[in-house]
Design a protein around this ligand. Structure first.
Ligand SMILES: NC(=O)c1ccc[n+]([C@@H]2O[C@H](COP(=O)([O-])OP(=O)(O)OC[C@H]3O[C@@H](n4cnc5c(N)ncnc54)[C@H](O)[C@@H]3O)[C@@H](O)[C@H]2O)c1
Length: 351
């Protein structure tokens, strides 16, 4: 039985605790938060879970095999570093760290100590995103022209990170997973309206090979909750609306055809196709349960998680470059993926 501790019992941590309680191969043993009211809340719900306000109680407890960290992003690296150094497996919330350098170091530590390092890119475990990946791979949409992601609502304002680091990790991880490619360059624009220096509205443009563009809009300052991804292909178009409880994915048989031959400018006409719309059935189970189960299975089998350190590193590289661009008025930043993922990391991490 793998003994698990969860650090950070604010908004997201209790969801991790609830899900680890339902995984048969582990025991949800300890919870940690500096706020007494959060610990009281956890004790009331889960009387068998020991609680502490001191993270060192977890580090020094040799019975704890694995630690899930759901604290503010700045704490991810120092906490995960100590866990790995003490031989504990680590599941980190998104984004895995606050910088590329920190993430590279965690990957090195995980390899050195032979421990599992996983990041909770929750959406990669949803039925909807996996269905979309299947549809793209089947060729049904044709060549992907562009992807448009909108993730906006009112709040929740964060003190330590801007909206790019808070909301865009979801879209970036989804897009990298769907396309199985990395962007060549990124530009970002954003504005801070309420807290100086912390952008609450941002728009990113990711340039992929073959003229493929991905546009990500993130906001904490919007009247409506929108979580929508539109994928436009040469054959069909797909809309993924995560807020829709029944028809999350809709495939539109719509498109534009350019005439193959034309003699004069007058002969050149686009023809538009307006076909059927269908919505595939999804068998949804809570994605966070799959995340927790997968983490425990990977520890047990010694296998690499689907969303391992490298996966976290790719997302953080995009966020870091986007942030540099945003602070420089939107100039495109090229990403050197060989530098980001040195050979010694990718080779060892993929074992
Ligand atoms: N995967 C998802 O869909 C998802 C959703 C929401 C949040 N998150 C991630 O979860 C993490 C936490 O976000 P949140 O919204 O729950 O934040 P939150 O502020 O609600 O909770 C963070 C908790 O950490 C505690 N904490 C801070 N320093 C600590 C320390 N030194 N020791 C112990 N506890 C400490 C705080 O007291 C707080 O209760 C972030 O990384 C965020 O990006 C992920």
């Amino acid at each position: 039985m793998i003994k698990v501790a969860v650090v950070g019992c604010g908004y997201w941590g209790p969801n991790l605790i609830r899900n680890f309680c339902s995984v048969p191969q582990c025991v949800m043993s300890m919870a940690c938060d500096t706020k007494p009211d959060r610990l009281e809340y956890i004790q009331r719900l889960y009387p068998s879970v020991a609680v502490t306000s001191d993270f060192q109680d977890i580090i020094n407890n040799d019975d704890i095999d694995a630690v899930a960290i759901a604290t503010p992003v700045a704490m991810h690296f120092p906490m995960a570093q100590q866990c790995l150094q003490r031989g504990k497996h680590v599941l980190l919330e998104k984004p895995i760290t606050a910088s590329v350098k920190e993430c590279q170091e965690l990957i090195r530590l995980a390899v050195k100590h032979g421990r599992t390092l996983m990041v909770d890119h929750t959406f990669e475990y949803t039925a909807a995103v996996n269905k979309i990946k299947e549809i793209i791979q089947s060729g049904e949409l044709g060549q992907i022209y562009y992807i448009d992601c909108v993730r906006v609502n009112l709040g929740l304002f964060q003190n330590d990170i801007n909206v790019v680091w808070d909301l865009a990790p979801h879209d970036v991880s989804i897009v990298l997973y769907l396309l199985d490619q990395q962007p060549e360059s990124i530009s970002g624009q954003g504005k801070a309206h309420l807290k100086p220096g912390i952008e609450d509205v941002a728009a990113l443009a990711l340039n992929f090979p073959d003229n493929l563009g991905v546009y990500i809009q993130s906001s904490w300052l919007h009247p409506n909750k929108i979580r929508k991804i539109t994928i436009v292909g040469s054959k069909k178009m797909l809309v993924y609306d995560d807020v829709d409880p029944l028809e999350k994915i809709k495939i539109y048989d719509k498109g534009v055809e350019v005439p193959a031959h034309y003699e004069t400018f007058g002969d050149f006409h686009f023809s538009y196709r307006y076909g059927d719309i269908y919505s595939p059935r999804l068998e949804e189970t809570e994605p966070l349960k799959k995340v927790c189960q997968h983490f425990i299975e990977c520890i047990g089998n010694g296998t690499q998680p689907r969303t391992n350190g490298i996966s976290g590193l790719r997302v953080v590289s995009v966020l870091e470059s986007a942030n540099i661009s945003l602070k420089n008025g939107g100039s495109p930043i090229a990403i050197d993926w060989n530098r980001v993922t040195p050979e010694e990391i990718s080779a060892k991490d993929s074992i």
